[in-house]
Design a protein around this ligand. Structure first.
Ligand SMILES: Nc1ncnc2c1ncn2[C@@H]1O[C@H](COP(=O)(O)OP(=O)(O)OP(=O)(O)O)[C@@H](O)[C@H]1O
Ligand SMILES: [Mg+2]
Length: 435
């Protein structure tokens, strides 16, 4: 898939941006924006975001001052429409531009569309040079005749009779549900013992070529990973219309569940858990794997007090769910996501995980995120624009040495963070033992 954007009129006339395959990019006046429109003062610093998620292209206005126009239709913008023109009640000033009920922010983009920001007119060419939808579960012929509704029902209710369609396993019960799948406790019929099976929700658009490639290449590596702080992954498979990941079952609770039930951790205990987490993460880093989704719900504390990282990039690699434009579904992930996952999506490095683990430790100690999210302000915009609030200012007693480690880990600039999990771990151990 190829997407070409050409500025045909306006201050940045002549600029061309070309993309192939999945990508996310920001347009704006800021130098950090991948598509830098420097010359037009009517363009906001971070004006809009585009995501190529083959075969679709999405645009989301980031609460820009003047809005983004697609074929003459306005998306976003903070200028309140004249109520007399629209025959509607004037919005209270605090909601201006942020009222998602009355202002559209997102739209799909098609070939030949025209995007206008400030004085700039950008023409869009979209070429699908591969067959569009390579596969989706919706059309999977291997689904035993079950339609999408039935599959959805199975995955969310976990009816064991039908789910036992997963060969070699008997489903015992549902453990929990996340954005892209449902996790079950299951028992092996051939090799006895408990496993956790994550079944990807059938409405996710799976790209079968990616799944195949993933099974052939990445799975070989993933299966070989063995570490006390990593949830071992046994297999990924696709049977009877369901795509699933079989992994080690961890009998315990994830950090999000613990905080929701009991409130924040004591600082010492939080640091102990994160030192262990960093041990697992460091193992991934030495195997050249960036987790990309460290957050409280992906760290489980077992009943015997072991710390286990789950979900290392697996589901994200094989589904299209690293889609960022669908913000509401992934709201829980944003506070742990560093800015480069938005504006420099392809160039995440180990320090990306360092941010997420730092944000997790911040949250464990304070039950607050590194950023505040003012009601109505776009969460992505907050992540890339607003300064992080120092953890010692969150009303929790925390030694400055530890606060310094957390603040450094959640630096917005990649090069100001610890560069690897090992580096952060050493700093944290040192800070804790100073106490
Ligand atoms: N291997 C496992 N053993 C035991 N419980 C698990 C395992 N993997 C996940 N869980 C639990 O299952 C629940 C759902 O996990 P899931 O990964 O689907 O959602 P999530 O992490 O909350 O969100 P997301 O979809 O964004 O990752 C969570 O409570 C998680 O702790
Ligand atoms: Mg998870």
């Amino acid at each position: 898939m190829k997407v070409r954007l050409e500025v045909k009129k306006g201050a940045d006339k002549g600029k061309v941006f070309e993309f192939t395959g999945h990508d996310i990019f920001l347009f704006g006046r800021s130098e950090l924006a991948k598509c830098h429109l420097a010359n037009d003062n009517f363009v906001s610093r971070f004006h809009f975001l585009m995501e190529i998620n083959p075969p679709k292209v999405w645009l989301k206005d980031l609460g820009s001052k003047n809005g983004t126009f697609v074929n003459g239709v306005k998306y976003g913008g903070r200028i309140v429409p004249d109520p007399h023109d629209l025959g509607m009640k004037k919005l209270p000033p605090s909601d201006a531009g942020n009222n998602h009920n009355s202002i559209l922010f997102e739209t799909e983009i098609f070939n030949d569309d025209e995007i206008c920001v400030g004085d700039n007119s950008i023409y869009v060419t979209v070429r699908n040079n591969r067959k569009p939808y390579e596969r989706s579960l919706k059309s999977e012929s291997d689904s035993y005749g079950l339609d999408i509704e039935s599959l959805l029902n199975i995955v969310s209710t976990g009816k064991p009779d039908v789910i036992s369609a997963i060969p070699d396993y008997e489903i015992v019960r549902k453990i929990g549900e996340g954005g892209m799948g449902t996790v079950y406790l299951a028992r092996g019929l051939v090799s006895s013992g408990n496993v956790a099976i994550k079944i990807i929700k059938p409405e996710q658009e799976l790209n079968q070529k990616i799944v195949k490639r993933f099974r052939e290449r990445e799975m070989v590596i993933v299966k070989s990973l063995e570490h006390k702080n990593i949830t071992h992954c046994f297999d990924v498979d696709f049977r009877n219309g369901l795509y699933y990941i079989v992994m080690e079952y961890i009998n315990g609770n994830d950090i999000q569940q613990i905080i929701t039930r009991k409130g924040p951790f004591g600082v010492q205990e939080a640091c102990r858990i994160i030192v262990e987490t960093l041990e697992g993460l460091s193992y991934l880093h030495t195997h050249n794997i960036i987790h990309r989704d460290i957050k409280p719900s992906n760290i489980i504390i077992s009943k015997d007090n072991k710390v286990k990282i789950t979900d290392f990039g697996l589901a994200k690699d094989i589904t299209n769910t690293n889609s960022l434009t669908k913000s509401s579904e992934y709201a829980g992930t944003y506070p742990f996501m560093p800015p480069e996952q938005l504006y420099n999506f392809k160039h995440c490095n180990f320090s990306t995980d360092v941010f997420s683990v730092g944000a997790t430790l911040y949250y464990m100690c304070t039950k607050k995120y590194p950023h505040d999210y003012p009601k109505g302000k776009d969460v992505m915009l907050v992540n890339i624009q607003d300064p992080v609030i120092p953890v010692e200012n969150r009303g929790v007693k925390i030694k400055q040495e530890i606060a310094d480690v957390i603040n450094k880990a959640v630096s917005l600039k990649m090069n100001e963070r610890y560069q690897t999990a090992k580096e952060m771990q050493q700093a944290l151990i040192e800070a804790v033992s100073i106490i």
